[in-house]
Write a protein that binds this ligand. Structure first.
Ligand code: NAD
Length: 356
């Protein structure tokens, strides 16, 4: 039985990949908060990443793929990308092997004083399987005097990501989709994405549609991000814009993410494994907890998702139990004693239970 069949009984079997570095701490925190909703979760724990290489000979053992294919929904802690040794990025491999094509990254201001903007609520939807990340690149001569990288944009992948963005807008009651490209210079790849965006937009007359060139979009986002709602774009532009938006709305410690395919959803924080903080119970669990909130919405558990969101919001607003990054002078105007990852998570879980 997969996670979706389980939905009828409000009981879900979820793949849990604790990950490397700070991964086990932030995923443990997330499990506690999700369980505080009262929903019944069965966690299918599988290990990937740097820590399994010696035992398994690979950072991405087959049982991880099998578990995700079986359960169809997963939460993943960050994985350290091994340096050298011939291993490719597990994250890129996971996307390609499971055809997880839509990277979804919301950027919402959460009650902070130190964020650049306190009124942002947008989501960047990025095509995650092709274009300049296709891996087709090489030196053109032995002297390495020049290199070439090939950008492949297909009609099929463009159509499914733009359609995903419009379907997301409809489902999440959003008002506008902005397609971002560089069709004035990229006369084939950019123009194809533009043409497909315009075509799909006509199928959704209830959603406002507009286009922006990537350079203008970067400037607009810094000046007036409140005007944007759902942004859909190709791989490299999306990679950059989603980090920009995460910075506008509060930073890595609080930015969640998801990577979605036609039948599998994998939910993970945007940040990496921060090895220097591993095992110290110091880092912010919110990015992973809010990835769990996204998972609840994906499962159709919207009420529970709202409770998690409100609990996170109130905990950060109260600033009684927040981790070091939210207690820094740049983030808050009054002195705050930093709390631990587990203490902050316990506070959020308590508020989730109280709001039931
Ligand atoms: P990182 O995100 O791990 O850490 C950069 C800095 O951001 C940290 O030193 C810390 O100051 C801050 N930070 C990150 N997460 C935080 C949190 N939850 N709370 C508070 N502060 C936080 O980036 P990095 O150092 O460039 O990468 C470390 C490893 O993680 C690398 O091996 C990289 O490849 C990998 N990585 C994995 C993923 C993923 O699995 N999705 C994503 C990015 C990086």
């Amino acid at each position: 039985m997969d996670a979706r069949d389980d939905r009828r009984m409000s009981s879900y079997r979820i793949t849990l990949i604790p990950g490397d570095g700070i991964g086990p701490e932030v995923t443990d925190a997330t499990v506690k908060v999700l369980e505080a909703t009262g929903i019944n979760f069965e966690w299918d724990v599988v290990e990937a990443g740097e820590k399994v290489i010696a035992r398994e000979g690979t950072p991405l053992p087959q049982q991880v793929l099998d578990s995700l294919k079986r359960n169809r929904v997963g939460i993943k802690g960050p994985l350290t990308t091994p340096i050298g040794g011939g291993f490719r990025s597990v994250n890129v491999a996971l996307r390609q092997m499971l055809d997880l094509y839509a990277s979804v990254r919301p950027a919402r201001s959460i009650a902070g004083e130190g964020t650049l903007y306190t009124d942002i609520d947008l989501v960047v939807i990025r095509e995650a399987t092709e274009e300049l990340y296709s891996g087709v690149e090489h030196w053109i001569d032995r002297e390495h005097s020049a290199a070439e990288s090939i950008s492949i944009v297909t009609r099929k992948a463009s159509e499914r990501i733009v359609r995903y963005a419009f379907e997301y807008a409809v489902r999440e009651k959003r008002r506008k989709v902005t397609s971002v490209h560089k069709a004035n210079i990229l006369k084939t790849t950019g123009a194809l994405f533009q043409e497909v965006s315009q075509k799909i937009a006509r199928e959704y007359p209830q959603i406002q549609f507009e286009e922006r060139l990537i350079d203008n979009m970067a400037m607009q986002l810094v000046k007036k991000p409140q005007e944007y709602d759902v942004i859909v774009t190709t791989n490299l532009f999306g990679d950059i814009l989603s980090d920009l938006c995460s910075g506008l709305a509060g930073g890595l410690g609080i930015t969640p993410g998801a990577i979605i395919g036609d039948s599998i959803g994998l939910f993970e924080p945007v940040h990496g494994s921060a090895p220097k903080y591993a095992g110290q119970d110091r880092v912010n669990p919110v990015a992973t907890i809010l990835s769990g909130e996204m998972m609840l919405r994906y499962l159709g558990e919207r009420q529970a998702a709202d409770r998690v969101w409100n609990a996170v919001y109130d905990t950060i607003k109260e600033k009684k139990f927040v981790t070091y990054d939210l207690a820094l002078p740049g983030y808050t105007q009054r002195p705050v004693q930093p709390s631990t990852c587990s203490r902050m998570a316990a506070e959020i879980a308590k508020k989730v239970r109280e709001n039931s």
